[in-house]
Ligand binder design. Structure first.
Ligand code: FES
Ligand code: FES
Length: 141
């Protein structure tokens, strides 16, 4: 990697061809919406999950990010990562995993933190709307 290049090519790939950009109807009972901001820079990320209530797994993911290239790449990557996961698995995704995949430098770690916060926030929104799902999920853990 050219040291003068600001972004690693995996970041550029997600940045130039972001996966799963878009929105879902917030009001849908099977949708969880996470909206988080990074105090360090003011960037904002919205991440939405659609959950299959039978299996407690994530069947679809969409995001919209107003932020830097690393934040967009982190959100794009996490949409691919958590699709098909159970809520429990998705809630354990760490920003360090995202940062490692995208080779983010230390100053860009908070960009990947935004993605971890966003998925956690989307999951807790889904649980708030479906309190029973949490009980089922925890019981099955
Ligand atoms: Fe510039 Fe995040 S600090 S976009
Ligand atoms: Fe703030 Fe990337 S610079 S999210």
């Amino acid at each position: 990697v050219n040291a003068r290049r600001a972004y690693h090519e995996k970041v550029l790939d997600h940045y130039s061809r972001p996966r799963n950009v878009g929105s879902m109807a917030k009001g849908d009972g099977d949708v969880g919406t996470g909206l988080v901001g990074a105090p360090a820079c003011g960037d904002v990320m919205k991440l939405q999950i659609r959950v299959n209530p039978e299996t407690n797994t994530i069947s679809d993911v969409k995001f919209k990010t107003f932020g830097c290239g690393s934040a967009i790449a982190s959100s794009s990557y996490i949409t691919e990562l958590v699709r098909g996961m159970t809520l429990d698995q998705a809630s354990r995704v760490k920003n360090t995993e995202i940062a490692k995949e995208l080779c983010l430098p230390p100053v860009k770690l908070h960009c990947s933190m935004l993605a971890e916060d966003a998925i956690k926030s989307a999951i807790s929104n889904y649980y708030a709307k479906n309190p029973k799902a949490k009980t089922t999920n925890l019981a099955g853990t």
